[in-house]
Design a protein around this ligand. Structure first.
Ligand SMILES: Cc1cc2nc3c(=O)[nH]c(=O)nc-3n(C[C@H](O)[C@H](O)[C@H](O)COP(=O)(O)OP(=O)(O)OC[C@H]3O[C@@H](n4cnc5c(N)ncnc54)[C@H](O)[C@@H]3O)c2cc1C
Length: 517
């Protein structure tokens, strides 16, 4: 009979480690008789990466399943509400160059051919602003819900911005204090193997050998188990997406009552782009760029210039430098070891998909947890197929932001347009989209990372126009769409006065909390 899987050892105490351990413990009754034993080991000498402050709406469901409160998240993690991203300067870099990728689907998305309707009736206005309420809400720094809206419920779809360091500690308290995760603070020095090549135990500095049935590698960029021990290679994506370095800073507000932005602001620069994330007590700002195209000094000058021009203080400390090789592992689950988080790969922070992939990985692990070692290889094969597919869709979607840019201010932007740098599948899709909008046929799997609506927001936001750009071929459908655009405009008019600002809602939650459903 094949050995059972009753003890999971997670190595790494960053966001990936704590999210995975907490989900496993919550859904497999850790600490209860017959439940799964979950142990998390983190090194005292290697802090988590400490960036990763933008999330997706899926995080609401993940946190609800783990059993933490949204009120606690706001109070303890310096969290604010995020309704999508605003892209500034990506199309041609001119002054008014800006578009939105909101979290809500366009109004009437599955009911009418909105793209034909937009091209026929509103072609001079940005697609997202015609089809969705969120760009207008974000322009005024609105919250996605009211003070009376219960925990995790929404008026409009939303995610969070939060302090990554505080988030890890928040999850840790709950995972250890409530969910029964065993926490070992120790450095893993070596891997001890079974004769068949499975991991038998991890050799730690002070706790000896810690054994388990399944090992989750959440050790961050070093990828201690999957990468270093098993030698599973990283598939480099640098020829497609060039960014490999980031300079990150925490920027204080000039006034503690300053508005908190309701979306991540992503501003294109000469050799990359700058993220700007508004938390209640500070902004998180960073420049991610290609080290092959510029120098650290030049990049830092661009970052300082941005901070000054967006109301930051004159004196700014030196930014923190982070380097990474854009890519993902050839496989993610090998023998009795599965990598989740940075250990499985990282491309760049555009569209903030890294934590979403952690949530998807941890969820699949929880739901498909093999009961025996024999079943593990089958689950591993499916896991590898799912995540190989998901990573390549992430690559396509991120590349879409660059390949359509008309910026001509540096070789960086010109190189991004070279056909050799565009993945085959994306090239094919761009050809299909000349005649029809992105649809469910372009993203055919259940639980795709980015829905077809996201492709539409970015494609048309980046200025792409189909060959029949007047939409005349689909006049009836276009007229039906006009009704949905009116609905979106009416909803916007109703919501604007009814929703508090991001800061007002956060102040309310800090003082009174949100009520539970
Ligand atoms: C510049 C930048 C910006 C980003 N922005 C975003 C964003 O906006 N949104 C998003 O979703 N993601 C973002 N990410 C990605 C995000 O930061 C990570 O996906 C997330 O923080 C998870 O990291 P992790 O837990 O995998 O690794 P880490 O946080 O690096 O944690 C690694 C853990 O492993 C432990 N460890 C390492 N070696 C050992 C050992 N030998 N023994 C024991 N323990 C060990 C360490 O102690 C640590 O606890 C960004 C990343 C970068 C680089």
């Amino acid at each position: 009979m094949s050995a059972g899987v009753s003890h999971v050892v997670v190595v790494g105490g960053g966001s990936a480690g704590w999210l995975t351990a907490a989900l496993l413990a919550a859904e497999h009754r850790a600490g209860e008789p017959g439940g799964l034993q979950v142990t998390l080991i983190e090194s005292p000498g290697t802090p988590p990466i400490g960036v990763g402050e933008g999330t997706w709406p899926s995080m609401r469901d993940t946190l609800r399943r783990i059993g933490v409160t949204e009120t606690g998240l706001v109070r303890e993690c310096d969290a604010s509400f995020k309704q999508g991203s605003r892209f500034v300067g990506w199309v041609d870099g001119r002054k008014e160059d800006c578009y939105h990728h909101p979290f809500m689907l366009p109004q009437g998305y599955t009911e009418a051919d909105l793209v034909s309707g937009w091209l026929r009736h509103h072609a001079d206005a940005p697609f997202a602003e015609v089809a969705c309420v969120q760009p207008a809400l974000c322009a005024l720094g609105k919250a996605p819900k009211q003070a009376v809206t219960p925990e995790y419920a929404a008026v409009v779809n939303y995610a969070y911005h939060f302090d990554a360091g505080k988030f890890g500690l928040y999850l840790r308290r709950h995972a250890v204090g409530t969910l029964g995760v065993e926490h070992v603070v120790d450095h893993v020095q070596a891997v001890n193997s079974h004769p068949n090549g499975d991991i038998a135990s991890l050799q730690t500095q002070n706790h000896g050998a810690l054994s388990g049935d399944l090992f989750v590698d959440c050790t961050g960029l070093p990828s201690l188990l999957l990468g270093r021990h098993y030698g599973v290679p990283l598939l480099s994506q640098q020829p497609v997406l060039f960014n490999d370095t980031a300079l990150a800073l925490q920027v204080p507000y000039s006034d503690e009552r300053a508005p908190i932005a309701s979306q991540t602001i992503a501003t294109a620069r000469t050799h990359g782009w700058i993220w700007d994330i508004g938390l209640p007590t500070r902004r998180g700002v960073g420049y991610v760029f290609s080290s092959a195209h510029t120098t650290l000094e030049a990049a830092e000058r661009e970052l300082r210039d941005y901070i000054q021009r967006t109301g930051g203080p004159a004196e700014i400390p030196s930014p923190r430098r982070l380097s990474f090789s854009p890519g993902y592992r050839e496989r993610f689950w090998h023998r009795n070891c599965v990598a989740i988080g940075l250990s499985s790969g990282f491309i760049e922070p555009l569209e903030a998909s890294a934590l979403a992939l952690v949530e998807l990985s941890a969820t699949m692990l929880c739901e498909d947890m093999p009961a025996t070692r024999e079943a593990m290889d089958i689950v591993a094969r499916r896991f590898n197929d799912s995540f190989g597919y998901r990573w390549s869709r992430v690559i396509d979607f991120l590349k879409l932001h660059y390949v359509l840019s008309r910026r001509d201010d540096s070789p960086y932007w010109r190189d991004h347009r070279s056909q050799a740098s565009v993945p085959e599948r994306l090239r094919e899709q761009l050809l299909l989209w000349r005649d029809r909008p992105p649809s469910r046929h372009d993203v055919p799997r259940a639980e795709e990372v980015f829905p077809s609506a996201s492709y539409q927001y970015v494609l048309y936001g980046m200025g792409f126009r189909p060959d029949a750009a007047d939409g005349t071929r689909r006049a009836d459908a276009a007229d039906r769409a006009a009704g949905y655009f009116r609905d979106a405009a009416n909803l916007t008019r109703k919501m604007l006065p009814a929703l508090p600002s991001n800061r007002e809602l956060i102040d309310h939650i800090r003082a009174h909390g949100l009520h539970r459903i």
